[in-house]
Design a protein around this ligand. Structure first.
Ligand code: FES
Length: 330
């Protein structure tokens, strides 16, 4: 049987976010699913994280339902115990006979912590050859940030398209840049809060292969700003967890923004959850190939073509870059 992992081609050869660092506490197993692969993570006493396939070698029980003892994970069924490398180190029924322990390890996955997230390398047949996507946690004075975690019932391709707006577009090979030339562009937040001096705004949308988007609104010469960055983790074909980083710098309005911004951004994302859920359900009924498009869909078509190519690259070259200026109404 071919599962999501096997049919995802080169898309698996990347780091995928498994959660926020603060969610992983010492000695507590956490189960996550990425590309339909169940994985258990735990933080050792020294703070280092371990990720193993969530499957006991003995009879396939989920290790994540077990407990951590001396940095090892103990299977909840018959107590086989695995060290952080996945090596079985104890079988209770065999007493002191360590020589009877099978030497087959439970599969382990490389783990990294960066940008307050935990990332797992999903290229099971390939050593990591790239880095986790750089989430723009602004360290400069005046910037603040927080994460939101949202579960969507849709696939990564449709989600990243949804997170990008409608384009005036420059395309490059493994990413998509959209810059806007709209004198009256606004971001939906109250102008008096974000941009009381009515400074000129620079608005850009970026897509980065295979699963990341970044939308920037910068006011004046970086005097104020609002940046929404999303990294998508595929759970199943129509289930995706999105980690959204909200970075903002609103000057003296920042304390007021802190009071309401979280609720506001949650409300906006919940609208996306709704439309993405009903859209995803209809794609499952009707498929996603018989579409009709206009020039406003160029960006979406290109993102799709990049991800489709990565899914089944065969010997084909990656889709060629395109540059287009288009006119559209919002
Ligand atoms: S299934 Fe894990 S110890 Fe038996």
């Amino acid at each position: 049987m071919t599962g999501m992992y096997e049919s995802s081609g080169l898309l698996v050869n990347h780091w995928y976010a498994a959660g926020q660092s603060k969610q992983f506490r010492k000695n507590i197993p956490v189960s996550v699913t990425i590309f339909e692969i169940p994985i258990v993570l735990w933080r050792q006493e020294n703070g280092i994280l371990t990720a193993l396939l969530d499957r006991c070698n003995h009879r396939n029980a989920p290790l994540s339902k077990g407990r951590i003892l001396n940095d090892c994970i103990v299977c909840p069924y018959h107590g086989w115990t695995y060290d952080p490398s996945g090596q079985c180190v104890e079988i209770p029924s065999e007493g002191p006979h360590a020589e009877r322990i099978p030497n087959k390890k439970v599969e382990s996955f490389p783990v990294k912590e960066a940008y307050d997230l935990v990332w797992i390398w999903m290229g099971r047949d390939k050593m990591p050859d790239n880095e986790p996507f750089e989430m723009p946690i602004m360290k400069e004075h005046g910037w603040h940030y927080y994460y939101m975690e949202t579960r969507f019932e849709n696939n990564v391709t449709d989600l990243v398209e949804n997170f990008m707006d409608v384009p005036h577009t420059v395309f490059v090979t493994d990413s998509v840049l959209v810059s806007y030339d709209q004198p009256n562009d606004s971001i939906g937040l109250s102008g008096w809060l974000v941009n009381p001096k009515n400074l000129p705004m620079k608005h850009t949308d970026n897509f980065y292969m295979p699963n990341n988007t970044r939308v920037d609104y910068i006011f004046g010469e970086n005097e104020r700003g609002f940046i929404i960055t999303s990294t998508c983790t595929p759970v199943r074909p129509f289930e995706t967890i999105v980690y959204t980083l909200i970075s903002y710098k609103f000057g003296w309005m920042t304390p007021i923004a802190k009071l309401g911004l979280n609720a506001y951004t949650r409300k906006v994302i919940n609208q996306d959850v709704w439309i993405m859920d009903i859209h995803g359900k209809n794609i499952q009924k009707f498929g996603n190939t018989d579409y009709r498009s206009t020039q406003c869909d160029y960006m979406h078509l290109y993102i799709e073509s990049l991800r489709n190519w990565a899914e089944s690259p065969a010997d084909k070259p990656a889709p060629a870059p395109i540059v287009r200026d288009i006119e559209f109404w919002v």
